[in-house]
Unconditional design. Structure first.
Length: 498
């Protein structure tokens, strides 16, 4: 099989179906279609590509035009990927309560992220996206009512399922609904090609929009008109906004849904953890919720039943959510016991690490050229703030973050970088620097020729106000939040131990 692709979007789809070996009751088979195998880790890659390609084909999206969408995160990440590959600016509109890592992923892919108040929920972020599109002439992908969404799933996801179960039983297919693209696209094809397969839709038990039997209110143009009366906040990000999308309503009107199952948030979390701990499948809360619905169905399904459930995304999207809330960062008591079972590399002060002889910089000869370099750099009027550093040292990066936050211009002499490696030039500079400051630590910071010290010396001097005065005397104005604790720029593990 040819595994070379002309661009990243060609890798979307063809996700695997995996039989769960430890999570199904005896006599019933549960299979999972793992959409995390898409390049951006979720089922939304399919819609993102479909929306852009459809708009290009119909002349709705012009070269260089900005794309905008309201998203809980996954659609935004996928659109950021497709837009990056195609050269379109992308703006995501997302309620502030969705996971932080989703914002970072979108921004890392070049997108802009506009947050909306959590109290305004999904309808608030959708209204904001519509307003931005209308005001600026941006292209709104309309994931909740874009027929290209469902068509993509009919053309790809459904066909993959049919091929994977060709000649085999498939008694139940279970999915959440969210935008309704997966539901409408796949269910329509399964209803035609596999009428014996029951379509089961899962939703939060405390927010039963479909289960209530109440349709969403709409304006005369079909747009959603405020929150659905049955909506309540829930854990399943992306599963149900506070309205029923047109694509979901289409599925209801077409009679594509055989059963609706409510899933408790705690059951979703437990199932996602079981997927990871018992099957080795890293999936998100919505995947756990879908599996929880499949397991509940399996308990009452006839023996020999075969169930396929959709796992929409990867668990890495949920690091800042309750899914990972109980996962410790520091060693547990059991892990400490394992650490203490052998003598090396321990934190309890009783370790016995092998001694490696090292040369002290003070006893090495100082190169006159290196000493002249240090003197020249630290007295350079064009670069009042100088840091002698290592490229990837955590302390050096903490200083860089502090300088960036306060908009302090500086020169970094990275002694271990390629530029200073020839003839051990960086090492010679470090010896000369140590002879000048009588300190061996890195980084070493200077302001207008005055030696401030290392990372924590800088932080302490900042807290005392000394650094600010030195910078002012050098004609440098600080920006950012002057009240910020400089120690907050350290990585968590350094901050704790510092």
């Amino acid at each position: 099989m040819d595994r070379k692709y002309t661009d990243i979007t060609k890798t979307i789809g063809r996700t695997p179906v995996v039989k769960l070996s430890r999570l199904a009751p005896a006599g019933v088979d549960i299979f999972a279609k793992i959409e995390a195998f898409n390049p951006m880790g979720s089922v939304k890659d399919r819609f993102a590509l479909a929306a852009v390609e459809d708009a290009e084909r119909r002349g709705l999206l012009k070269p260089g035009q900005t794309v905008v969408e309201a998203t809980s995160g996954n659609t935004g990440i996928s659109l950021a990927m497709v837009c990056a590959q195609r050269g379109y600016p992308f703006v995501a509109v997302m309620a502030e309560n969705f996971s932080i890592e989703r914002r970072k992923l979108m921004r890392f892919l070049g997108a802009k992220v506009v947050l909306t108040p959590a109290a305004e929920r999904g309808s608030g972020m959708l209204a904001k996206a519509q307003e931005l599109a209308k005001t600026h002439g941006w292209f709104l992908t309309r994931q909740f009512d874009n027929e290209a969404n469902a068509e993509m799933h009919a053309r790809t996801t459904a066909q993959e399922i049919l091929a994977d179960f060709d000649g085999e039983r498939l008694d139940f297919w279970i999915t959440g609904y969210g935008t309704g693209g997966t539901l409408k696209g796949v269910a329509r094809i399964l209803r035609q090609a596999r009428p014996e397969t029951k379509i089961v839709v899962a939703e939060p038990d405390n927010s039963p929009l479909l289960g209530s039997g109440i349709r969403s209110k709409r304006h005369s143009d079909g747009a959603e008109a405020g929150a659905h009366p049955a909506f309540r906040p829930h854990l399943m990000q992306g599963w149900t906004p506070d309205f029923i999308s047109r694509l979901v309503e289409d599925s209801v009107d077409l009679g594509l849904i055989d059963e609706i199952v409510g899933v408790a948030g705690n059951d979703a979390l437990a199932a996602a953890r079981d997927l990871a701990g018992k099957e080795g499948i890293l999936a998100g809360i919505t995947a756990g919720a879908t599996l929880a619905a499949a397991r509940a169905l399996a308990e009452r399904a006839p023996k020999g039943s075969r169930i396929l459930c959709m796992l929409p995304d990867t668990g890495e999207r949920y690091l800042s959510t309750p899914l990972f809330a109980d996962v410790p960062v520091e060693m547990t008591a059991e892990e400490l016991s394992i650490s203490r079972s052998t003598p090396l590399a321990r934190f309890d002060g009783t370790h016995s690490s092998p001694k490696v002889p090292t040369a002290s910089p003070e006893v090495l000869p100082v190169s006159p050229e290196a000493a002249a370099f240090v003197a020249e750099v630290t007295s350079d009027p064009e670069n009042a703030v100088v840091m002698f550093a290592l490229e990837w040292c955590e302390f050096c990066w903490s200083v860089r973050k502090m300088f960036a936050h306060h908009q302090i211009p500086f020169r970094s002499v990275d002694l271990d970088s390629v530029a200073y490696q020839k003839d051990d030039w960086g090492g010679k500079i470090r010896v000369a620097l140590s002879a000048t400051t009588h300190q061996r630590t890195i980084p070493q910071i200077f302001i207008a020729g005055r030696h401030i010290g290392g990372c924590t010396d800088l932080f302490d001097a900042w807290k005392a106000g000394t650094v600010q005065r030195e910078l002012a005397d050098a004609g440098i104005t600080c920006g950012g939040d002057g009240a910020s604790d400089p120690y907050s720029f350290l990585p968590g593990w350094l901050h704790k131990r510092g």
